[in-house]
Design a protein around this ligand. Sequence first.
Ligand code: ADP
Length: 579
Amino acid sequence: MFLLRWLWSNLSGYRGRYIAAMFLSVICQSMYIITPMMSQRIVDTFIVAENGAEMVRTQPDLLIMMVAAMIGFTFLRTCMTYSANMLYESTSQAVMYRVRKKLYDNINMQDATFYHTHRTGDIMTRMSGDMDMVRHSVAWIIKNVLESLVLFIVSIVYFFSMDPITALCLIALTPVIFIASFIFKRKVRPMYVNLREKLSQMNTLAEENISGNRVVKAFAREDHEIKRFDEKSREYSAANKAAALKWMDFFPTIEITAQALSVVQLVACGIFVVMGRITVGEFTAFAGLIWTLANPMRNIGTIINDFQRFSASANKIIELYYGRTKVADREDAVELTERIKGDIEFKNVSFSYGKTRVLHDINLNIKAGETVAIMGATGSGKTTLVELISRIYDVESGQVTVDGHDVRMMRLKQLRESVGVATQDVLLYSDTVEGNIAFGNVDMSKDEVTKCADIADAGGFIQKLSEGYETIIGERGVGLSGGQKQRIALARAVAVKPSILILDDTTSAVDLETETRIQEHLRNLDFNCTKIIIAQRISSAKDADKIVILKDGTISDIGTHEELIRREGYYKEVYELQR
Ligand code: ADP
């Protein structure tokens, strides 16, 4: 019921259209009764009646009118069915568009924890296959349920109006159908939940292998990965088959009951005609309409299967649809009117991923315009620390402030627009080089793009690309070296003229000469900017105003290059090693 309510809420604006479609469905199904009703009249009046021949002679108009009406109603029904289908289809597309948009907006708003806990393949399955099940339910399942139900009820009412006893004999069989479908529904439900999960696993594996194709090739793991995919594909196929075959356990019961209807109809009606209880015309009507009881019965399997499939998919969609992100704008968040200066302070900051504490009681003050380097062993918490500034995560305790404002009290959009980030792990879009650089600031002029590229020392190699700034970069930057991708990412981060620029090991793949040039350019930016550089190399950190050393989530040392090389510790060790 909840699923239907959810669908209904997404039908707003199209409800009139959908109700019109349902109304047409009801009329069309009811009209199926008219043809046999007419034939009953024709049989009783013109064929089996004692004065039948005379009736044809004396009242040919009546016969012609009845036959014309039969043809007319059939034509009308066809037109109405066509209109209803068009309405169902257009409504379902509109609902799908709306849900897909809401889903996509919601996914985009999610925080980092969401992306760590949801596999891309699973999200994609929700956005594609599951979405199509929502469309299918609006355009087909609900229509099918309604039409089967209406046909069933209308024919029962008509049967009762002709002869209640014959009608009772026929509907005496229906409880068998209901019991069988109830049991079937309970058995098949978990199968569709499983099927949905298998589809998601298969898509996840395919997605991972496509995005990780370089690793697969580098380790010559193609055969292994093909085998793994084959396994998942087989499991999906088996789950599909199992769900489809489950119906076969019930099919004989339903089919025998549906067939039994014809036998009961033939025997009961035959006896009642002989007894004079019903007319031959009524017999014809019963015989002509027996399918209106049998067909909905036969449809029940398809309906239950479809509905369970829809239910498994819709539950997955709803989870995302109503998913709330923890990192969001507070209602009383403040919008700063001036450009952020870039003062940053960490006050007693602690942070955990789940139960694992990765930052302990960090206190750090960074003044606007300063360049601060953060160094430390892998896993010491460097990335996590800087991610707290732009609220990729929120602190567990303590406070991070920017220009004296707790970041949780700032408007998220304003905060993030003020922070430019270039990560070591570069993701570029399948777009031109220019489009990638202007990603955060689409209104940039060509000159500005070139200027940013030059700051990142990328102008030279970009011009050598086949179409310069217009060159389309392949998905994930295929076609560029690691260092080139890093430099485009740096240009992209600089392009938003951020108040705070975070470089997370951004120059790790560029040579020392280039790095020196980039550092020089960054020192001379024409906007105020606080720079935080996460580095592994002394060369990236040595010119910073202060260098922070992180060890197991705490600040173990802090100072300038000169100060740190004079005392024992991590920095001096690295310095000695890299000299
Ligand atoms: P660094 O940048 O210094 O290498 P990180 O900040 O990336 O360190 O990671 C600090 C610790 O937190 C590591 O032990 C890492 O395994 C853990 N960690 C990082 N990201 C996650 C995550 N999304 N979920 C759980 N643990 C994480």
